[in-house]
Ligand binder design. Structure first.
Ligand SMILES: [Zn+2]
Length: 200
């Protein structure tokens, strides 16, 4: 097999721009290079072997999925996806696998995917990001303050121990409290108020 000529800047550029739209085989036809050579170059450029099923720019991803940039970015953050760029300030490239994951997430569009919440447990906000235990930062601070004032621990595991030690006084309420804390969630305001009233 004869050695193929070195890649020109122009070819590399077209590969980045065109592959997402037309696919690898289109690029092979266009340049006369073998699929293996193009794939190897693409993998070197993108840093992984995940290009085989195609990639989309952010604009293309919007067009294909019908979701806007804000939604896609929200899903990206939630899923901790890293998007490659065509150049340091170039457009984003989203791999097909990533796009599938984004679309899957956006179908449910949780505010917090870990706790499967559509909003903050206390204030129901979706405009502030999730901070911890199913709460935004503002509510989390209030939650911790409230517990500290009463001398109760803020960590879910420690609070769960308190609930378990008070099973008899808590009754049915205790089961709900334990279930929430076991899932690593803060207690909703109403539940917390009842809890504090019962254990103190
Ligand atoms: Zn909140």
């Amino acid at each position: 097999m004869s050695k193929s000529p070195p890649w020109t800047r122009q070819e590399a550029f077209i590969l980045l721009q065109g592959v997402s739209t037309y696919g690898l085989s289109w690029f092979c036809r266009k340049t006369g290079r073998s699929l293996a050579a193009v794939r190897a170059k693409a993998n070197r450029m993108f840093g992984s072997a995940s290009l085989t099923r195609g990639a989309y720019t952010l604009r293309e991803a919007e067009r294909w999925t019908g979701y806007d940039e804000t939604q896609l970015r929200r899903a990206q953050v939630a899923l901790r996806q890293k998007w490659k760029r065509t150049s340091p300030h170039g457009s984003f490239l989203i791999y097909e696998e990533q796009l599938e994951e984004l679309v899957q997430w956006l179908k449910t569009d949780y505010w917090n995917i870990q706790h499967r919440l559509y909003g903050c447990l206390w204030c129901d906000t979706t405009s502030r990001p999730h901070y911890a235990t199913g709460l935004c930062q503002r509510c989390y601070n209030r939650y911790v303050q409230r517990l500290r004032r009463t001398g109760l621990p803020a960590a879910c595991a420690a609070l769960l121990e308190v609930a378990r030690c008070n099973r008899e006084v808590l009754g049915d309420l205790g089961a709900e409290i334990e279930r929430e804390l076991q899932r690593g969630r803060a207690l909703r305001e109403r539940l917390l108020a009842q809890f504090i009233r019962e254990v103190l």
